[in-house]
Design a protein around this ligand. Sequence first.
Ligand code: ADP
Length: 451
Amino acid sequence: MKRHTFRLLAWLRRTLAAEWQGPPDLPRALTMEWRLVTVRWVGIISVGPALLVMHLPQDRLLFAYSILAFATAYNVATRWYMQRRPDLFASGYITTAADSILNTAMVLVGGGFDSPFSYILFTVTISVGMRYGYGPALAMTLFFTATDALESLVTDYSFGASFAFRSGFLMITGLLAAYLRSLTDSAEVALQDRLVELQRLYSDLAMAHQELLSLDEAKTNFLANVSHELRTPLTSIRAFSEILLNYQDDEATQREFLEIITTESDRLTRLVNDVLDVTKIESGQMDWRDDTIDLSALLEQCARTFAPLFEQAGLIFRNQVKPNLPPIMGDHDRLQQVIQNLLNNALKFTSDGTITLRGVVDADEVLIAVSDTGVGIEERDHERVFDKFQQVGDTLTGKPKGTGLGLTICRDIIAHHGGTLTLESQPGTGSTFTVRLPIAQTHSAPLELAA
Ligand code: ADP
């Protein structure tokens, strides 16, 4: 028995709470309107029996119950339509009109505007002002005042002090309630703005966090790669040194092993230098020696260095560097390092055909291109070759191994100069690496560049 009562009470509490909250898809602006339905039910339920003990004359009692019936129908209709046609309630004038009629009727049946029943007018005016603002609040006070005046006219033509006070205070009350409403509205707008701002800040923060995470991951990967790359030459140096210790008599073998050790040591040095370059550039600690550079001279010098190497490898070398290229601002040695690296790659990855070095002016840039007719690079690897430690394609060609950092360094150096390094290549046909560098502003038309 007791358990049933408990269950019933719990169910009642849940139902009442759900009724007070309203359906989940109800527009937020209608929350107060929805709760007012519940408040009206409380009023209807308590006034119903109360009327019986008020000793009203028969006809007034009948009139009072008709009003109650109207209120019930109105409440049911409001509850029904609020869920299906919320737009009807947006302006508030429909409920204002119904509430005005209902409450005026109640006041009239309770003894007229001069009776204590008229207090209820203040309550509904406040509730309408708070819900819908100035318009409906004013409309309601005007309606009450008009019916109040009409009642005076019909009964005894007397507009006493009580009428004046009632109307005046009703108007003030309505305006105050609507003012409170406007205050909450603007507070809500301000809050909404802050919320949007906060959300934006939060997403910025989340993005920055994500960037930091991926930077951290890149750092870890880089360290792992460096250690891995260092271990390979170190292992062979160590292995061959150990064997050497046991081959003290055989001079030919000793020589061969010492050569291997020297090659591997060179590779180790190159690797360490490359790693140092990358970390210095990318951490902003590189010591750039920027100056005005004569690019034609720089490219000619590179061509002179490589021409014999290409010849030795049986390759045709075409030097298409234009004389008197416009000057460039930059670090001479670093730019030379880039061109040498590209020429060296062309040499490494081309077994026969032609290597071309171009240097021309293209609009407000100098364009330097190194083309080869070598193995070429698959489309999907075009971006990857610029990543750290990426060596792509056929690794069985027996070409001298690089560090996989060369192109990363090249791109970083060119980026420092405000330029770009791009690649066009097809497997089997060859590759072209193109450097574009902005022409030094002081020597070209500065106004034109600024525009
Ligand atoms: P590496 O020191 O290994 O040459 P790079 O960063 O200079 O490192 O080059 C990365 C990879 O890009 C090379 O291992 C090679 O697979 C590819 N690559 C670079 N230049 C050429 C080229 N001219 N022709 C074909 N492949 C190339």
